[in-house]
Design a protein around this ligand. Sequence first.
Ligand code: ATP
Length: 579
Amino acid sequence: MLKVLSFLKPYRLAAALALVLMLTELSVELLQPLLIGRIIDEGIMKNDFNVVLMWGGAMVGVSAIAFASGVLNSYYAAHVGQSLGFDIRKSLMTKIQSFSFGNFNRFPTSSLITRMTNDVTQVQNTIFMSLRIMLRAPLLVVGSLVMSFFVNWQLAIIFLAVVPILVVFLVYVMKKGGVLFKRVQEKLDHVNNVMQENLVGIRLIKAFNRRNHEVNRFSKVSGTLKDGTVKALRLMEVAMPVLLLVMNLCIMVILWFGRNQINLGEVQVGEVVAIINYATRMTTAFSMFSFIIMALSRARASSERIVEVLDASIDLTDQDQSFNNIHMEGEIEFNHVSFKYPDTEEYVLKDLHFTVQAGETVAVLGATGSGKSSLFQLIPRLYDAADGKVLIDHIDVKTLKMDWLRKNIGFAPQEAMLFSGSIKDNISWGKENAAMEDVIAAAKNAQIHETIMALPQQYETKLGQKGVNLSGGQKQRLSVARALIRKPKILLLDDSTSALDMNTEAKLLQALKTYTSTTMIITQKISTAKSADRILLLEDGLLIAEGTHEQLLFSSPLYREIAKSQLEAEVSHLAFQTK
Ligand SMILES: Nc1ncnc2c1ncn2[C@@H]1O[C@H](COP(=O)(O)OP(=O)(O)OP(=O)(O)O)[C@@H](O)[C@H]1O
């Protein structure tokens, strides 16, 4: 929790102020039984109305101070709690942005969302409560104890026997609660995970009519969350009656001894009333403990989960002396590169060795699962090669500054990803402060301009929730436009034209020739591969052939087979159309 508490630093003044105000409120509360004792012993018992008025007036005065302190304390406690939550969320977001894919494998998306929302809220609320009431409870116990000794030490000694036992009991409950609440947060991760999958895959669920199956799956994880929470809360529920029982027994013992001492004339009635008053306040404080322990246990578990993310070591970082700001030509070289995904054994790329000249267009062809997308991911350093080197302009990518390297790369992933916002926002996302002419030019080259102009608000049309939904091919072209707007030195298109008709695809490929980028296009289609200067053919992670369409038709049996099957499909399609 210490690391999370270090986020309090910028707000230490406000936190200190909140504590001082809380202490003021507490002092008044501790003073009240003393004043009540005085009113009884010096006013009521001696029939002196002036004394009653004097101490009564003093009580009203200090109560007003307590009220003002309470209001101000709430204000500062809320300020500190909310600001701390804001800062932690921001730090988590910054850290997650620097995560490598290896890190993402360790922290699933749903878990990161829970950590950034629910876990931060737990900590934030606990800090607020600490400054408002949490510290008050233990201080009220200690203060009441001290003040009781001040009133009458013989009676107060009874507290000394009881309070330490209760403290040990509370520490035990808190430790156990911490473990149980950590499990609750993990179960919340599972619930969020299923919920996320359901919302993302709602079309598929409807199409496959799997509603009942998914509702059952959700009920199951939601049920385990409920059971886990009930188990943790039960522990807290046991704590409360135990505390109340012990404190009430304590009050009975005080009353018994108090009565005897009053009879012996050793103690005054007001003193016994004051001590009982302190005992009642202690009981209230202790009963607050079960609530406090729950909040602290939860906050401890949540803090651990937050710190796990903040302290996660990033396995893909810049080296100390990375190159930067050199002009990029765009030559790509794979020098005996082998690669496997983190935490897996099998190599998905094996000893790849090839060069793509600056400005050249190369198609990467191969069966599904042959390693095409994996190959692409090594170029912007989304992963590092296990063996061999990936070089850009003869420099190992590991020694290039990642920001600079990625700034020079335009990447359209296999699954087009659009953000909420307008079409213009989505295209200009690829280049900060892009002018409208650049947005339009990129859209024209990606063959999506005319579709956009036919929409009601054209480039300002909102996408996603409450906006229009685009077809797969339209999304792909927007994703390509986003990559093109950067006028990148290296352009990587991962099967980004698969949903386009032949005619549109041909126009797009033609438009790409106006760019000077080194272009690599992953494709399953011979017609697309043919338009490239050269073709790389992958099979099971191996580069099995390399050359132009004609060369490969001659040299590679596999390429010939793919070409033949696609040609036959095309011919039969044409024959069907002419019928
Ligand atoms: N994140 C990952 N973790 C572990 N293995 C992975 C991961 N992504 C892909 N793989 C594995 O790597 C191999 C190559 O996958 P890759 O996506 O590179 O193939 P691909 O040729 O692009 O296929 P497709 O044409 O279907 O997109 C596959 O066996 C796949 O299961």
